[in-house]
Design a protein around this ligand. Structure first.
Ligand SMILES: [Zn+2]
Length: 79
């Protein structure tokens, strides 16, 4: 099976919405998260990411925003 390779940000975000984005998408110096579509520029991941978080993003397992969104969601469930 041939892997789907998006060529534009829009194509990538459509794959994310369908849950079919398998790896991070590199575009114009940014890395787009395969789970939530969040774009990270070089400054963002150099300043804000731990080494472990960077490895996790490159493996396609999500960015810090994915995990932050999750905890906000759980908090909202209590109301
Ligand atoms: Zn993410």
């Amino acid at each position: 099976m041939e892997a789907v390779k998006p060529r534009t940000v829009e194509e990538f975000l459509k794959l994310v919405a369908k849950g079919k984005a398998k790896s991070p998408f590199f575009y114009d110096g940014d890395i787009f998260c395969p789970r939530c579509g969040e774009p990270w520029d070089r400054k963002g991941f150099m300043d804000d990411f731990s080494e472990e978080e960077y490895k996790r993003l490159v493996r396609g397992e999500g960015c810090p925003t994915c995990y932050r969104v999750k905890s906000i969601g759980l908090k909202n469930l209590r109301e």
